[in-house]
Design a protein around this ligand. Structure first.
Ligand code: ADP
Length: 334
């Protein structure tokens, strides 16, 4: 896999600064603007989905903005390894090296993927020395600090440790929601703030996962996206606090919604609320068909299944039922 030029979608101007990332952001901007010593590599580290790639790409784009002739090379650990393997197979290692050593700025992502890859690590060490000697910059990103990296040979580790190392921490709720709202704007998705906060509360660290949830939601829900639709559409993706939702809580909420006594809910006189309650139990609690039935007046699994199918049909055909369902889902799951 040949190296790439920076992806213009990731810039400093759309990188939201927060306490969790401002050290890394400030250091990245300094490197981008050539304000630090060029002979020192920089390593940005932190868990997946926290913005490391975004910052690497932003550095590249900022350098290009300041100097459109600069040669910026972006590569990942996996890509580097694959590129090297292909070059070795074709006897084209000189070409491989020249793709990287001609860089004014090398952006190397997911360096931890080189763990145990002896030859690729040796090539990176060689490249390090070639670039830093001629005062060109290297910025790397990895999932842990250079100090904690395993499977990395001593000479590469020494070089990684030479540099300025900055971490990105997991973002707080406000930052998660802000990133999501910004992505929604970019992608033309109508995402009300309360839904962004709802998603941010459920998916706690990985911003990439949060973005996938948003895209999935946008693909299957009408816009603007409401809280109820978010809770419903993403029920299998995001961690609803299932364990706190008991069969009794569902029964009480349904009975209350329809103004009937919880005991009466179990009688056949209230077919619709009963179906709804069973369907909600299957969706929101940890119990399966076999367990839900007995809690509804000793019904068997087939009866629960039938009730759920009827509830599903009613959700598709009956607007009133759909509203009741969403309302109760909102009360129970949010
Ligand atoms: N501070 C931020 N501001 C705006 N978007 C961000 C921020 N941090 C992360 N993102 C977005 O979150 C997603 C995941 O970030 P990424 O850089 O791929 O994470 P990592 O490289 O740490 O796994 C990307 O779409 C990125 O644009």
């Amino acid at each position: 896999m040949h190296p790439e030029t920076p992806n213009p979608s990731f810039r400093f101007s759309n990188f939201i600064e927060a306490r969790s990332n401002n050290k890394a952001g400030t250091a990245a901007l300094r490197v981008a603007r050539n304000l630090g010593p060029a002979s020192v590599p920089m390593v940005i580290w932190g868990a997946a989905g926290l913005g490391k790639t975004h910052l690497l790409q932003a550095i590249g784009n900022e350098r290009l903005r300041l100097n459109p002739a600069a040669r910026i090379v972006y590569q990942s650990g996996d890509g580097f390894e694959a590129d090297l393997a292909a070059a070795l197979q074709q006897g084209a290692v000189a070409g491989f090296r020249s793709r990287y050593e001609s860089a004014d700025l090398l952006l190397f992502d997911d360096v931890q993927r080189l763990a145990g890859k002896v030859r690729a690590q040796a090539e990176l060490v060689w490249l390090f020395d070639a670039l830093l000697e001629s005062l060109r910059s290297i910025v790397l990103a990895g999932d842990r600090s250079p100090y904690d990296m395993t499977g990395v040979a001593g000479d590469l580790k020494t070089r990684l440790n030479l540099g300025l190392s900055v971490s990105i921490e997991p973002p707080d709720l406000e930052t998660r929601a802000a990133v999501l709202m910004q992505k929604a704007r970019t992608w033309g998705i109508d995402l009300p703030p309360e839904v962004a906060f709802f998603l941010g509360r459920r998916i706690r660290t990985d911003l990439a996962e949060l973005e996938r949830a948003l895209l999935r939601l946008a693909a299957c829900a009408r816009q603007p996206i409401t809280l109820e639709t978010a809770a419903w559409e993403l029920r299998h993706v995001i961690a609803l606090p299932e364990r706190m939702i008991t069969v009794e809580r569902v029964q009480a909420a349904v009975a209350d919604h329809f103004g009937i006594a919880p005991g009466d809910l179990l009688s056949n006189r209230h077919a619709l609320p009963l179906q709804l309650a069973m369907a909600l139990c299957l969706e929101l609690t940890d119990h399966g068909l076999e367990e839900v039935g007995p809690r509804f007046g000793g019904r068997d699994a087939a009866a629960v299944l039938l009730a759920c199918r009827e509830a599903q049909t009613a959700r598709e055909t009956d607007a009133r039922f759909r509203d009741d369902f969403s309302h109760l889902l909102g009360i129970l799951a949010l």
